[in-house]
Design a protein. Structure first.
Length: 213
């Protein structure tokens, strides 16, 4: 099984709960010889943001014009993300809630694969057709506040967004989801909250064994 782990935080594990989740997940699967694990660190990759440079590059490819350096870079980055995603049977996203949403670098990865004719298409009647429904998704998220109450849940545009994009638009199955929250809001229980959450991360890693069965 090919597993792609998309690392969405560049902070050290000593300072970041989602980075601890990343390390915990990798530790839990390291001895499974049936897994071919690839790491895609969005902060380590050269990932120009999607904008006019990309659209200029598409136009130049059609006309045969010479590409600028930034246009070559963004096409190469987009293709690298698509190649990694295409190869994977299971994609694991590990990411924090930053300013109520996901980090911009992670958004760029998603922008790269959000492509008509790749992850989805439209049929002759204009209906959406999902092209990668066989992919499995694991979401691992950390947020210091509490965003799971009826009042605060609509404010979360990180996990909600990921569910909508991958489980909704792309039609992929989310086979595990772990959210660690409230450790900053309740410092007295922070260690307990994080420890319980990391145990759930280890359990989420075991879902890969079920996929192999």
């Amino acid at each position: 099984m090919n597993v792609l782990v998309v690392k969405g935080n560049n902070r050290p594990a000593s300072e970041s709960v989602s980075s601890k989740m990343y390390e915990t997940f990798l530790e839990a699967i390291k001895d499974n010889k049936q897994l071919n694990v690839t790491i895609y660190d969005v902060f380590a990759e050269d990932m120009p943001y999607v904008g006019q440079d990309l659209f200029n590059a598409f136009g130049k490819l059609q006309s045969g014009e010479e590409l600028l350096d930034i246009e070559q870079r963004i096409l190469a980055a987009k293709q690298k993300a698509k190649d990694a995603f295409s190869k994977a049977d299971v994609i694991v996203f590990v990411f924090p809630l930053w300013n109520l949403t996901i980090p911009a670098k992670l958004q760029t990865f998603i922008d790269y694969i959000w492509e008509a004719g790749y992850t989805f298409k439209y049929d002759e009647n204009g209906n959406l057709v999902q092209l990668m429904k066989d992919k499995k998704i694991i979401l691992l998220n950390a947020r210091g506040g509490i965003y799971s109450t009826p009042e605060t849940a609509p404010m979360d545009m990180s996990v909600n967004y990921m569910r909508t994009a991958f489980g909704g638009l792309f039609g992929m199955e989310i086979i595990a989801e772990v959210i660690i929250e409230g450790h900053n809001a309740d410092p007295a229980r922070a260690e307990e909250i994080i420890a319980e959450g990391l145990q759930k991360v280890t359990e989420a890693a075991k879902t890969l064994e079920l996929q192999l069965a």
